[in-house]
Design a protein around this ligand. Structure first.
Ligand SMILES: Nc1nc2c(ncn2[C@@H]2O[C@H](COP(=O)(O)OP(=O)(O)OP(=O)(O)O)[C@@H](O)[C@H]2O)c(=O)[nH]1
Length: 195
């Protein structure tokens, strides 16, 4: 029998500006007839104990998916760490898993594999990696990192990798599921997937 795991809050990161797609709210852009965020929510929902959405625009439209919606506490679109910060502050559970709204093919075992990596290494944060590429916005971390992240952001830190470098981080390989990390940043990429 598996040991019971610590409970996990899933945070879907939809707080960006979508500039490469022309300044649209990417999570609400349709892929194969459904908003991209809906694909991500559907895949993440069974993997976590609570699911929340970080979005800085169109809060009502995001709320229609049936999960709490919250914006960044630090304004000005400073990047994904602002979304993680807001997620850590809102999460009800001791662990927080993140996934971006623009990666609709998310692995069904993303959280389980990140959890196994985090627990084995007794790390503070587990991050996905495929081949030579890290995927920093697919992570699982401890909610009690909030004050540490807050101090980093208050000091002007913005880069995800630079913050990770200050933590005990374990990389979890997903080379066998590299396609699950494909993300959609441009209209061209959307069209190539939208068939
Ligand atoms: N909360 C929050 N999330 C962000 C911010 N910037 C990016 N993100 C999220 O971080 C993830 C990766 O974002 P990117 O694709 O690099 O940025 P983007 O703003 O979505 O798109 P571009 O403007 O085209 O770079 C996505 O889930 C975004 O929603 C931000 O300022 N605040």
């Amino acid at each position: 029998m598996n040991a019971p795991r610590d409970k996990i809050t899933g945070v879907v990161l939809a707080g960006g500006q979508g500039r490469r797609m022309g300044g649209v709210d990417k999570g609400l852009v349709a892929l194969r007839g459904r908003p991209m965020v809906d694909w991500v929510l559907e895949r993440l929902r069974p993997q976590v104990d609570e699911l929340i959405i970080n979005a800085n625009q169109n809060a009502e439209r995001y709320a229609a998916f049936g999960h709490p919606v919250f914006g960044d506490d630090i304004g000005g679109f400073v990047g994904p760490l602002a979304g993680l910060h807001a997620g850590l502050a809102r999460a009800q559970h001791p662990l927080v898993a993140t996934a971006p709204c623009d990666s609709p093919f998310l692995s069904a075992d993303l959280v389980a594999r990140l959890y196994a990596g985090l627990a084995d290494a007794d790390a503070e944060l587990a991050v996905a990696r495929t081949f030579d590429q890290p995927h920093p916005v697919f992570c699982l971390c401890r909610r009690n990192l909030l004050p540490h992240l807050e101090a980093y952001l208050a000091g002007g830190g913005r880069k995800v990798d630079a913050w990770y470098a200050t933590l005990k981080v374990v990389e979890v390989r997903f080379d066998d599921e590299a396609d699950a990390f494909r993300n959609i940043n441009t209209r061209g990429e959307l069209q190539s997937f939208d068939r």
